[in-house]
Design a protein around this ligand. Sequence first.
Ligand code: 4AD
Length: 447
Amino acid sequence: MSGSGKLRPLATDWGRLVLQKARISELKDHLDGEVTLQGWVRHHRKSGKIQFIVLRDGSGFCQCVLVKSEVDEQIWERARQLTTESSLRLIGTVQQNPRNQNYELLVKDLEIVHISEAFPITPKEHGIEFLMDRRHLWFRSKRQWAILRIRHTLVKAIRDFFDERGFTLIDSPILTPTAAEGTSTLFGVDYFDEQAYLSQSGQLYLEPAVAAFGKVYCFGPTFRAEKSKTRRHLTEFWMVEPEIAFAHLEDVMQLGESFLKHLVQRVLENNQFELKELERDTTKLEAALQPFVRMTYNEAVEKLKKLGSDIQWGEDFGGDDETMLTNEFDQPIIVHRFPKEFKAFYMEPDPEDDRLVLGMDILAPEGYGEVVGGGERASSIDFLNEQIAKHELDPEPYQWYLDVRRYGSFPHSGFGLGLERAVAWICKLPHVRETIPYPRMLYRLKP
Ligand code: 4AD
């Protein structure tokens, strides 16, 4: 407690107020009633006769009004000391502002918990590095708060989607002995006398589990030593990965489409306030509830060439290609059947064209690009052995994974959604660094 914030005896017995404490998000249930709010000062505006404190308590923002003629002199003076981000408790009557319909607090009593030092983040423009160095403070701001609340909605919506459809959660390990998605993006870790890596994907662990549970998913942090400094890449991100036994490419394309629609729908239902704060055009999100566009890789390359890209058949899409393609449609695009050269070793070959594999990506509209990657897994052990050799992977650490193809092999398919890319698209953010509480990127390991 700072000196000025010392608790003082008051008419109100604060210790006995536990039951009346309310959160800002609940104020509508207390209209005309008396409540206690606890939180931090977002803004403080004072004149000779009236003080306005915009309070935030984590659940929302509320204007609290002190009228000099209606409060004790001591309370009026105490409020005048408040600085931005000071913590406090307030008692007052809940009223609705006739102009904007917002719920406000007509303050009767106020207790300072702590007077904040000068808060480093002010309404003036700050550079991104300044803000990122203060990420632990930056997410108190309204916009960052809104983004992380939407992220929270998405996490719950993700779990609900799979839980309600009979999937079993299988937590995959973070320390792994093998590469799942190519050796160029592995983070190495000394694991006693062995070499270990941070997991690039839980998929290799889900494939054996799907033979035990039929439908499984994992959802957790994933690591890629991405040297790319783009608006789409983090080195640590969260990925949800469903995997289904006896499912083919078509099944996971359909699942991916209903999954993304479910996520958008949930945010539209739960986060209108946050979307408004982000000035998100929600008609663009509503458009994503319409049937998705589908095209093969071959068709996508043709389309891109017409749009002016210099992509050649056999090359993966660059970020610019994805932006160009997704700007053409209001709905997400499912691109399927890719050249095997740039896809992972485990993909099932296309029976109709041996140059291709049965992979699919879902690209988010408005220039966002790939949010989902997945497809059908190869079920032949001979083919996989060839692939492991072709990708110059050591076959020994993959033997346990190949057991799925030794003991009752079966067709199966799945995909991975990168949570941060989904948040970036749904909130329409310029960069994934704002989508995760503590981003990890090529040049950022702090705070
Ligand atoms: O396409 P990816 O690499 O697919 C896999 O990892 C599969 N094993 C998933 C599966 O089939 N079970 O990655 C899947 C998604 C991408 O579409 C993207 O949304 C996200 O993970 N992602 C990243 N997000 C942020 N930063 C990065 N560096 C990312 N790399 C992939």
